[in-house]
Design a protein around this ligand. Sequence first.
Ligand code: HEM
Length: 754
Amino acid sequence: MTSSPFLTRVHYYNSPTRHSCAYESGTFDSPNVIVAIGGLGDGPHTVPYFRDLAVRLDSANGGPGYSVFEFRLKSSFIGFGTSSLAEDVRHISDLVKYLRGIGKERIVLLGHSTGCQDIMAYVNDANYTKHGIEPVEGFILQGPVSDREAIEAERKDGFDQVVADARVMVADGRGGDCLPQRTLPDMLAGTPVSAYRFLALATKGGDDDYFSSDLETSVVSKIWSSFDRPFLVLHSAEDEFVPSTIDKKGLIEGWRKENTLMSPLSGLIPGANHTVDSEEARTRTYSRRATVPPIMLLFSPLFLLAAATLILAAGLIRCLTSPLAKIPGPRVSLFTSLVLKWNELRANRRGYIHALHVRYGPVVRVSPHEVSFTSALAVKEIYCSGGSGYDKTEFYDLFRVYGRRTMFTTLNKSDHSKRRRIIADRYANSNIMRPVSMTGIQERASKFITKCNESVGQSLDIFLCTQNKDHEEMMHQVASDDSLQNRLIEFYSPTLHQVTAKLLYSLAKPRETPMADEFVLKASGQSDPADFTLLKRMLEKSELDPIDYAAECLDHMAAGIDTTGDALCFLMWELSRPGSFHFQEKLRAELRDRAGKPLDQLPFLEAVVSEGLRYFPAIPMSLPRYVPHGGKVIDGYVVPGGTVVSCQAYSVHRLNEDVFPDAERFDPERWLEPEGDAERRRLQFAFASGGRGCVGKHLALAEMKTLLAEVYSRFSTTVDSGTTVADMDMSDQLISSRPAGQRCLLRFEPIEGQ
Ligand code: HEM
């Protein structure tokens, strides 16, 4: 089969390896992908079983529906001698980024031979953070052979001298120069090999030395504990590159002890050589790993019972001994996340978590892998440590636009900071305060005032209210979409989502914003946009493609509409209630007495906005982050690496009574008290905190203050009887909340003399 012709689809993508591209075989349109990485001397299509795997995984052949990608790295073929693992990692990550961009969802890296070393470097902590490596869903290591031990097995005379020479060359800054061919071990001969790569491959502690049998326990522990995703390790039982004195099975067992994420199917492939050439060995491996348990066993009730009991017992033990067992929370959250998910589907995640905090205190376990916090200490640790806090979780994949990651949806720090450095300038306070921006804000506020004037004697729905009919429809699509359940099911269970897609479509539609898409795609296609725009800045400072520009713009449009609009809507509703009339009066008096003063010199207006954002934060829900490898102590609790942790503004603002006394009362006056000012500001979490906090904060504040000043210097407002308190309950979306009734009817009464 391996010599017969086969179909492959060629993908050109932005690779640092010149003229490189990736080749896809198998189920082309599947969201599931295996990226296959060969060993020393390999390149695309040199490892025959990769192709075989693609055929077996193809849904057309009854497989689970994966495609297999092979590609050329700089280290492919004879390039390995002058390349490095670090370089490979960056190239693999570039391919993974490309695959994410074309909508691939589940990406597994499969390393064969030194491809396994590439994987080890990929999961290595330092590389993730330093180079902004794109995470994947899992790893398979086949033939994790120690190059050092293979080289030592055929050790030639003069080996120590080559090592010594290579060390001198590296120390002299000539690590990139190649060693004389005649000095190289047979395994490497025929390939130019630099001094640096030689040491990496052939010496203890070299970059590639991950799998040797003589590594110290602490080194082994460090290496294998760095996996934070599931991984499978398969050694070939008859691997010709592993000296016969080495106990391959024992090695795998030792590695398994270091990380519970290693698949239980890890082990030896019976009868297999290094490249698994035997058809029989492949079939056995494939059927064990992809279709276990054997079909006959499935029919045995005894087997089923035993398996279910074992799984249940193992699960129970794991939950009960989990470090999160010590964290307060409902017992059920130790075993399952179903209660949390059920509340999410009912648009009540925030409400559910808040109730847990009220009951259990500032630290609560909300699911077996997730903890929520409310203290200032936790906010600082999770969102500000190291500048921008911990990395975001895959939850943010739900917000990807056109399959692309925007500044908001980048997960790791380095990708994020690159994008943020370009974009932040547009939203700096000095830019927002420039006449060109303020005039735009003022114009939109004036249009709103026209609407208020037109509504006098009737009610006006301020939940969605713009001057332009087309804009109104477009904004409506963005702000009122009902895709919550559809998107949650797609996130938690892509298979269920696929199977029930048609049914779901009629019950809970996917997010569809065709008017906004058209608007943004058209606008972002401009070659010479206005100077002050985000698009202009991106065109000047980045080399993204037009879809990325469009995705970033649409993201900002949605961020601006959903948030500032909802915050104003809730705040004006609260000010219009009888219990808040005196705040309206006080605000009006300040606007009258200090007419003509800049808006940032109006303390009561400032206090009203701050209290509005405290009481009704437009993004009141959890902002999930991963605890970094090695774990952290947060608010006095030890939390293991990989745990999802978060704070939700709603609870942070209402459960710190020492800073916000009588927190359930709407009271702008609290912000005028000089005492406790610093503590209040520290706990103001409406715009989040740290380097990933809201980039549009100054714009949002300018818009809110301008609109409130325009409205309350001209009108008094009351709630129309058509809007009830229940209409204004918070209905939780993914991270934002909106009025449950999706409307807010107010009545505008002109002030005498206006
Ligand atoms: C009252 C209004 C607003 C509130 C309460 C708000 C709140 C927030 C919060 C809490 C975050 C952090 C989200 C997270 O970590 O998951 C955020 C991020 C962001 N916001 Fe806002 N926002 C508002 C207005 C705006 C406006 C007007 C824009 C721009 C037009 C904007 C653009 C963004 C962007 C691009 C991010 C991502 C920042 C990053 O990841 O570096 N926001 N916002």
